[in-house]
Write a protein that binds this ligand. Structure first.
Ligand code: ADP
Ligand code: MG
Length: 246
């Protein structure tokens, strides 16, 4: 289980997350929706500690971190959380001067200290899974956006994280390329991968998410299964926002 409790994040004096409570159950997928600037990316970045919250608690498996202003958690705990999370970004963020397979093996070798050959075997297995084994030696720039994002997903999965974080994984893609990324994420969800994703892609949320959470102005507004939250939002802020998506 992954739990965020009363998470607060400020940049300077500006509160961005104002006490967020959120639970993601093992094997389930939660989608975060909300207007631009509502804090979705910041929340994802607080889960893998790319940003350190000033207050609140993060529970990830058997790890529990309590945040206090001016007292960042020990480096050891931060690294342990990072090892358990993989992140997929809107704009893929592949290393342009590395081949597809090197994009996946690099972190395994340098961070995870995997032997080179074992890293290659693992990378090929993941490329197979996202349908790109034949592109192992290609350069990222020679791939379509959908293919690049599938490589990024394979890279994020390589160290077997407990949780996959995705920040608008389809929003830089044309619909037909987005569809192949949705297929890959739907496959992972079926296999029981726990995911927390920010998305405005209704197709993605409807097909993959078990729960949709609506954030507004750095606060949790409401949560429900996609069919319900999109069809019958209870809060007027959710209703207004959902209308802009349909
Ligand atoms: P969303 O992903 O929902 O669009 P973000 O989490 O990116 O929202 O941003 C929430 C708010 O936090 C925005 O007002 C943004 O300008 C601000 N913000 C995000 N990152 C930083 C940062 N590193 N420094 C200062 N302000 C930031
Ligand atoms: Mg964002």
């Amino acid at each position: 289980m992954i739990a965020l409790q009363k998470i607060e994040k400020r940049f300077g004096d500006t509160p961005i997350l104002r006490g967020i409570d959120l639970t993601v159950h093992e094997g389930k997928v939660t989608a975060l929706i909300g207007p631009s600037g509502s804090g979705k990316s910041t929340l994802l970045r607080c889960v893998n500690l790319l940003e350190i919250p000033q207050a609140g608690t993060l529970v990830l498996g058997d790890q529990r971190l309590d945040f206090r202003p001016g007292a960042p958690p020990p480096r050891r705990d931060v690294l342990a959380v990072r090892r358990q999370t993989g992140m997929v970004f809107q704009n893929f963020q592949l290393f342009p001067h590395r081949t597809v397979i090197e994009n996946i093996t690099e972190g395994l070798i340098t961070v995870g200290q995997w032997p080179k050959e074992a890293a290659r075997v693992r990378a090929l297995e993941l490329l197979e899974r996202v349908g790109l084994a034949h592109k192992a030696e290609a350069w990222p720039a020679s791939l379509s956006g959908g293919q690049q994002q599938r490589v990024a997903i394979a890279r994020a999965l390589a160290p077997s994280p407990r949780l996959l974080l995705c920040d608008e994984p389809t929003s830089a893609l044309d619909p037909e390329l987005a569809a192949e990324v949705v297929d890959v994420l739907a496959g992972l969800a079926r296999e029981g991968m726990t995911m927390l994703m920010a998305t405005h892609d209704l197709r993605l949320a409807r097909r993959v998410a078990d729960a949709v959470v609506f954030l507004d102005g750095g606060t949790f507004v409401e949560q429900g299964p996609p069919a319900e939250l999109f069809a019958r939002p209870t809060d007027p802020r959710t209703r207004r926002f959902v209308q802009t998506l349909l």
